[in-house]
Design a protein around this ligand. Sequence first.
Ligand code: KIV
Length: 314
Amino acid sequence: MSSSSKRGFGPSDGDAGVPTAPPESAPRRKVTVQTLAEKYHRGQPITVVTAYDYPSAVAVEEAGLDVILVGDSLGMVVLGYDSTLPVTMTDMLHHAQAVRRGAEHPLLIGDLPFLSYQADQAEAVRNAGRFLAEAGMDAVKLEGGTEIAPTAAAIVGAGIPVMGHIGLTPQHVRRMGGYKVQGKTAGEARALLAGARALAEAGCFSVVLESIPAEVASWITAELSIPTIGIGAGAGTSGQVLVFHDLLGYFDRFTPKFVKRYAHLHPTIVGALRDYKTDVETGGFPGAEHSVAMDPEERRQLGAFSRREHAPRH
Ligand code: KIV
């Protein structure tokens, strides 16, 4: 007897009446930075998405993606700021903790917010450590190239895996003069490669390449021996990342050109809320199926209540 028929599950075969088992799949394992390195060396694309709360983390867990980035983009898509600059460590830890409760298997990366790592290396190590100690993250991400590589090395030195982020780095939006494509000239492209190399030498396990020409991203990817994760960087990177709210059409105010929308949740949500409002206003909700009836005997004893129940509500 096979182990599957011993367990006796699976749809029965109509002709023979013999139960068949579902295909055996390998048990799902926690994704680690080593898992990502193995995928990279096998040439398998790495899948990354942001998430900021418990239900989004549960959805990503069920969808089976490799990595969740608790990005400081939450400042814009969740908290309603017009940049990521006001986001604090307190905000990030609060959201990272919720994500941790919803996701067991993906690698979890906490995004170091503006001014949590730039001013002082010791403070950077402490803040990176808080993501692991207080929010159960597996790694952290920071923005910047050559200039931030020594800080990345200090964090890695404390045993904390670090993901780099170059190209369009939203924490530098004021210096860049807006959310602009980076690395468009040969000189800028060389500077990006130098930054990526410095991060790899600092011990980063991966680098995000944001909003750079596809050729430049492919070139950097070919020159590095760690995975690159692209966003607006073409198809030649080792993996891709998108912002949860962008890919689901959940945030309607602005969608970058490089985003592919896989759903349009915002109009669906607004439509559902309008239907609910109309139902409440017109008596369409709640119906009997959404209400709990009292035991008839208890109801009889509540004579006063019965006498009043047909009274107008207002
Ligand atoms: O904060 C974020 O979501 C990010 C990704 C866009 C890479 O940094």
